[in-house]
Design a protein. Structure first.
Length: 153
């Protein structure tokens, strides 16, 4: 049986994992509680997740913060050297679009629990916001936690 990797969180490291794993022949699927790609770069007044504040700029230049395989200028050539959070979030979403990651992402799907079944298998329980029920997924061979605090035991 081929290993499927579960990526929890589709923020900067989650989307790169989701892109690079299949490039190496390893199938992957990602889950995120948000309704969009971007992680903490999605501004929200809700206290459901940590997020930037509305006026947050990035603190490193776009050239030092961009991905090697997709430059910030490819996404937004008009962005200043230190973009605001709207442009930063848009950059991550454009990356997911460019590399066709959306079919492999389950947005609005909080992971409630990850449990190691044996040395090579994980069971992941999610809560689907849209349908309001708990779902049990097929066993996964690996879990890559890209969001802090993802519930893994």
């Amino acid at each position: 049986m081929q290993c499927i990797v579960a990526v929890i969180g589709v923020e900067p490291s989650g989307i790169t994992a989701l892109k690079n794993l299949p490039d190496q022949g390893i199938p992957a699927v990602a889950f995120d509680r948000n309704e969009a790609v971007g992680g903490n770069w999605i501004y929200s007044e809700k206290e459901s997740h940590s997020s930037i504040i509305e006026t947050t700029p990035i603190i490193s230049s776009k050239t030092l913060s961009q991905y090697e395989d997709f430059t910030f200028d490819e996404c937004d050539s008009e962005a200043p050297d230190y973009p605001d959070h709207h442009r930063q979030r848009g950059y991550f979403q454009a990356y997911a679009e460019k590399f066709n990651l959306y079919p492999h992402i389950q947005l609005g799907t909080p992971v409630k629990h990850c449990k190691g079944i044996d040395s090579q298998t994980w069971e992941i329980t999610t809560e689907k916001k849209r349908v309001g029920h708990q779902g049990h997924l097929p066993p996964f061979g690996r879990v890559k936690r890209s969001s802090p605090g993802a519930p893994i035991s």
